[in-house]
Design a protein around this ligand. Structure first.
Ligand SMILES: Nc1ncnc2c1ncn2[C@@H]1O[C@H](COP(=O)(O)OP(=O)(O)OP(=O)(O)O)[C@@H](O)[C@H]1O
Length: 406
């Protein structure tokens, strides 16, 4: 079956020709979409009769400029059977889920048993795969050649465990100290933000716990088959908070535990009177566990051998600016980032639609800011076209994946 495809080049900035930022769309017969994903993609239905016709518009020939350039195509992503983690993040609504799901399908079709996980509280993986993935367990996705499983993890539910720690631990410590007349130490603990930590968990904690839960799953034999793990993360703000969270928690929990230890030692003779020893121990060990998990998440995010953070954006100045800030924060935190996906790029218009012409111009203007951006300019740029149907279901994701992941 001849179906539509769109080819484009993977780019690296700065370009030799900064104007050469419009995508080069080709029609190809190379895609074989399973089932019937044959709608008028890219409004190019007429061109189906003219395979290999190259569309109007400038070639996207942003050449490689830096001598340190690393090839970051799909070949590099797919190579090897050692487990790799890909985190996709960016502004809300830019297409993170569509890109994450399409990457998962592509890995699975290239022989990798793959797990795609959503840690965004507003899940859309189910919608993307057109399959019910709710329930917090691994669900097999029908269609790809190798096993593909998806998991929508409920970050709030994952936090319940920690909520338990907050309630038990908080009241146990407070009651205990009130009873002992240790108001001064209570104040000290207050300064250590114990109350804050226990009453209002810092932003990013939900997602960090969700990620650490997935990592726990993955340690078990049952899940050892997965060689590619993709995280569809929550929008940028959450990611930024998540990145700084482990250090904050590490320091706070560490101080809290140290102080508790001191209190426990000082009052060991009479603390059994309060009958809360078990509860306190439990709270302390949960806090300790939480700290260990946060350290694990921090290490995962910074592991250049196994992890890559991929920024997804759209060609608007606002989204690109936000991506730049995200990129700067990721770099500052030593999170490996090499790729920028610019999604929903309009194909050059063949009609005399004024709105389209204006929109294309506007997108081009936004795209032109990338080569001059100090943080984004060193990333490898991949452009994905805006298609004229919603990307839903495995055949559609396979189609998108073959465009984006080359
Ligand atoms: N290249 C594209 N062409 C056409 N539609 C697209 C494209 N990419 C994404 N979409 C559509 O845009 C909508 C939002 O996409 P998606 O859910 O992947 O974004 P998101 O960044 O994960 O959103 P959120 O931040 O809300 O989780 C969906 O309806 C999706 O089908």
């Amino acid at each position: 079956m001849a179906t539509l495809g769109v080819t484009h080049s993977t780019q690296c900035f700065p370009p030799s020709n900064p104007m050469a930022l419009m995508p080069n769309f080709h029609i190809s017969h190379s895609l074989h979409l399973k089932k019937s994903f044959t709608s008028g993609l890219l409004s190019l239905s007429n061109s189906r009769k003219q395979p290999n016709k190259q569309f109007q518009g400038e070639l996207l020939l942003c050449s490689v400029a830096t001598p340190t350039e690393v090839t970051v195509g799909f070949d590099e992503m797919v190579a090897g059977t050692k487990r790799k983690y890909y985190m996709l993040g960016g502004k809300g609504g830019v297409g993170k889920t569509s890109c994450a799901a399409s990457l998962a399908v592509k890995f699975a079709n290239n022989g990798h048993p793959t797990l795609v996980v959503s840690t965004d509280p507003a899940h859309s993986l189910s919608d993307s795969f057109a399959q019910d993935l709710t329930g917090g367990t691994l669900v097999p996705v029908d269609g790809p050649d190798s096993p593909l499983f998806a998991l929508e993890i409920n970050p709030e539910k994952a936090r319940e465990e920690f909520r338990g720690t907050q309630t038990n631990g908080g009241s146990a410590v407070k009651d205990f100290m009130d009873g002992m007349g240790l108001g001064m130490i209570a104040e000290q603990i207050g300064e250590l933000k114990l109350g804050e930590l226990l009453d209002t968990p810092p932003p990013g904690l939900d997602e960090a716990i969700a990620i650490s839960k997935v990592m726990q799953f993955l340690e078990s034999q049952e899940y050892s088959m997965f060689t590619r793990i993709i995280f569809d993360t929550a929008p940028t703000g959450h990611t930024l908070r998540l990145l700084s969270l482990p250090d904050f928690l590490d320091a706070s929990i560490g101080k809290i535990l140290k102080l508790r230890q001191k209190i426990d030692q000082a009052t060991s003779a009479i603390k059994s009177v309060f009958g809360q020893e078990d509860k306190r121990q439990d709270a302390a060990s949960k806090l300790e566990k939480l700290r260990e998990r946060m350290i694990q998440v921090r290490e995962l995010f910074r592991d250049t051998d196994s992890t890559e953070f991929i920024i997804v954006t759209i060609p608007t100045v606002m989204a690109i600016n936000e991506s730049s800030r995200l990129c700067a924060s990721l770099k500052k935190e030593n999170v490996p980032v090499k790729r920028l996906i610019v999604n929903q790029v309009l194909p050059p218009s063949v009609s005399d639609c004024k709105f389209c012409a204006m929109k294309i111009k506007d997108q081009r203007r936004a795209l032109n800011t990338i080569p001059n951006d100090p943080d984004l300019s060193c990333l490898s740029l991949v452009q994905a076209p805006l298609v004229d149907v919603e990307i839903r279901g495995v055949p559609a994701l396979q189609f998108l994946g073959d465009i984006v992941w080359k």
